[in-house]
Design a protein around this ligand. Structure first.
Ligand SMILES: Cc1cc2nc3c(=O)[nH]c(=O)nc-3n(C[C@H](O)[C@H](O)[C@H](O)COP(=O)(O)O)c2cc1C
Length: 362
């Protein structure tokens, strides 16, 4: 099966089947209500600078597609919507266009309709290892990218019949890439990044990660459906067993931030309230993918309509916590409950930093 047709399978499954996580880790976080915000709502400014460009909100539509003629229109709509909204956009893995140049315009069409926003290219870490760091310049040129996300997807590869599991040497390849001209973002794809890997990445010269943690789209889930389609019972069972594998997004944000990395929060970000919670945990930006897929199969307006409430809810969260700019969210008192609290405790994090005590301790 080619990279290109596999991508179509993924989109079809994401549109037709329930592929989201069975838990919602952001529900464990409560931003403390400020009964006396002492700011005027009209003074709230949600703008943010990302990769040197000013945006209307610290938000991106995360990497999804490109690489098949049938999905070019999806990318164009995502690009038009992101441009209208003043937010960033990631494209899906550009591997298919490396294998077949004719597919390049399914990616480059995005830049044509969104000349002013940050656009992030995408390639798998194993592909980077095989091709060498030079490939990044070609990928960046293809879409005039502001950065390239190098994705880690070993959970997905483990459940794929054609999975690529040659993970040795990936860190070295990332280190070489980090020393190159093209800015890179190391991005997971739904299983999160723990502090141990964040430390190794930081030591290798990486500055920014997109945690894409557990709590949103499950690639094990998607691959379970794909295995079922071809009658591979054992792989289907593996997909179901590993459905919820990974580090929940809020935990991963804290772990990566603790290693001094710039953090993009993604994986189960389902509202502007989740964006505000992410920023309160130390992320500087947030992304969402799956919820934008169905609207993008309709038209550009549908994507704008799906994304606008994120910005509205971010604004309301800022008002109710007394923040006039997004950076102030990092100082908002946050109460951590439930499974996230247990996770952080088990991983040795000082919960007082992430609770109402953060405010009281000042
Ligand atoms: C249809 C689809 C295709 C995706 N393809 C890619 C990809 O090519 N590269 C990548 O880094 N992530 C890819 N992702 C993962 C997303 O960028 C994101 O990390 C993940 O879906 C978690 O975010 P969510 O819970 O908001 O969907 C894809 C997601 C979807 C839904």
């Amino acid at each position: 099966m080619t990279t290109s047709s596999r991508k179509l399978d993924h989109i079809r499954i994401c549109l037709e089947k329930p592929v989201d996580a069975k838990n919602c880790p952001f529900q464990d976080l409560v931003l403390l209500h400020k009964a006396l915000p002492e700011i005027d709502e009209a003074d709230i400014d949600t703008s943010s600078v990302f990769l040197g460009r000013k945006l209307k909100a610290p938000l991106m539509i995360s990497a999804m597609t490109g690489g098949h003629p049938a999905v070019k229109q999806i990318n164009v709509r995502l690009g038009e919507a992101a441009s209208e909204l003043g937010i960033a956009l990631g494209v899906g893995s550009q591997r298919a266009a490396i294998e077949d140049r004719k597919l390049e315009d399914t990616f480059s069409a995005v830049r044509d309709v969104a000349p002013d926003i940050p656009i992030i290219g995408n390639i798998g870490a194993v592909q980077l290892k095989r091709s060498g760091p030079e490939i990044l310049e070609r990928l960046a040129e293809m879409i005039d990218a502001d950065a390239i996300a190098v994705h880690l997807n070993f959970l997905q590869e483990s459940i794929q019949p054609e999975g690529d599991k040659e993970a040795s040497g990936v860190l070295d390849a990332i280190g070489s890439a980090a020393r190159g001209k093209v800015p890179i973002i190391i991005k997971e794809t739904g299983a999160g990044i723990p502090w141990e890997a964040a430390r190794d990445l930081a030591n290798a010269g990486v500055k920014m990660v997109d945690v894409s943690g557990q709590g949103g789209l499950s690639w094990a889930g998607v691959e379970a459906y794909r295995a079922a389609m071809v009658g591979d019972d054992e792989l289907e069972e593996m997909g179901r067993l590993f459905w919820s594998w990974g580090i929940p997004t809020p935990v991963s944000i804290i772990e990566c931030k603790a290693q001094g990395l710039d953090v993009i929060s993604s994986g189960g970000v389902r509202s502007g309230l989740d964006v505000a919670k992410s920023l309160s945990l130390g992320a500087s930006f947030a992304g969402t993918a799956l919820p934008m897929l169905k609207p993008a199969t309709k038209d550009t307006k549908a994507v704008v309509k799906a994304m606008n409430p994120y910005i509205r809810a971010l604004r309301i969260s800022m008002f109710l916590t007394g923040c006039t700019n997004v950076r102030q969210l990092a100082r908002v008192p946050l109460v951590v409950l439930g499974r996230t609290r247990v996770w952080l405790d088990a991983r040795g994090f000082d919960l007082r930093k992430f609770s109402v005590y953060r405010e009281l301790a000042k």
